[in-house]
Design a binder for this molecule. Sequence first.
Ligand SMILES: Cc1cc2nc3c(=O)[nH]c(=O)nc-3n(C[C@H](O)[C@H](O)[C@H](O)COP(=O)(O)OP(=O)(O)OC[C@H]3O[C@@H](n4cnc5c(N)ncnc54)[C@H](O)[C@@H]3O)c2cc1C
Length: 370
Amino acid sequence: MMVQKIAIIGGGIVGSTAAYYLSKDNYKNYDVTLFDEGIGQATKAAAGIISPWLSKRRNKQWYHLASEGAALVAKIAHDTNMDEQTYANDGTIITRDDQASLDELLKIALKRKEQAPEMGDVRFVSKDEIKELIPIIKNSPFDGLFVPGGSRIDGQLYCQHLQRMAEQRNLNCLNGHVTLINDHKLKFNGKSFDFDKIIIATGAWSKAILSDLNINLNLRPQKGQLIEVKVPDDIEHENMPVMMPESEYDFIPLGHGKLIIGATHDNDQGFNLDSEKSVEQLLVKTADNLISNISTNDILLSRVGTRAYTYDFGPFFGVIPNHESLLIGTGLGSSGLTTGPLVGKFLVDLIKGNYVDLDYYQKPINTYIN
Ligand SMILES: Cc1cc2nc3c(=O)[nH]c(=O)nc-3n(C[C@H](O)[C@H](O)[C@H](O)COP(=O)(O)OP(=O)(O)OC[C@H]3O[C@@H](n4cnc5c(N)ncnc54)[C@H](O)[C@@H]3O)c2cc1C
């Protein structure tokens, strides 16, 4: 068989997972190059929560993608021996201010569990139990539900891990900006390179890179910022669940005295990557009634990234119509760590000629491309 030359543009969760799947079965049939600029990458900035099962989003196709995506993240973590810093399955707690909402969520969970057993046995947790599970929280104002299957990943470590594995087989990684010359040719570092197939995994920047080929995407950027703060280290509780209060910021305890608070959703700042002091203050303030004595002095770092959104919040992926050698996966919004791995795998399935029932997971791709 002829070796196919494949380019992946973008080294976030979609591109890195695609590289991993191209390095698995029949990898000698593929010669793969991953180009990544890395600036503003959503994957690297993300909070890392994987827990889609209780979402009240009505879009069924999105739910199929997210629930199967969450299962795939767990499988990849297991198959590739990810360490606890990269992937941790410590559960998630979702709180609500009234019992009726919790009852309704529990009902959703029980129904969905038939199709998604990996969410585990979802159960009711009182304010006191929440404090026991997450001792850095001095006091939870509300009761909640505990979802044992919930997990968190470190997006940057996840991508590095999969890229390093693929590099041992058929992947070459190059750092820098790429432009497209035509459906088979791209420009990098002043030189042009030819490929049989090109995977566009450029997140929020996909509209920009494809505009050179007069392909217009329905896609917009959204800025997200979060902070990592120092909290008291409790060596008996290094593994704590993530806490997701309703319409508030999430709390992601990393253990070892570190906690992530975030993230914001700002639609008015385009691709701006400045971390804002006012946002840091706001995030600390929301944590103030949950955690004792926290102040802006405890901030260890701020992370900013750009998410990609379509008009109806639906991700899209597949071969670009009328451009057989170009594949794309983007528009993952605020749940891309959950859906991105499956999107990356599907793109590789399409390259390998494996059947994927795309309609089960998304609207027709030309809804988002013209
Ligand atoms: C603050 C924040 C918190 C989040 N929290 C969560 C969460 O808890 N759970 C969850 O599921 N999702 C979360 N998300 C969403 C998730 O991070 C994204 O949906 C997902 O990471 C998008 O992955 P991607 O591979 O499509 O794009 P990205 O990760 O953005 O990667 C695209 C890459 O392409 C590169 N690139 C672009 N153009 C070019 C070019 N021309 N040449 C070379 N390289 C290029 C970029 O530099 C970048 O590295 C969060 C996002 C943010 C910003």
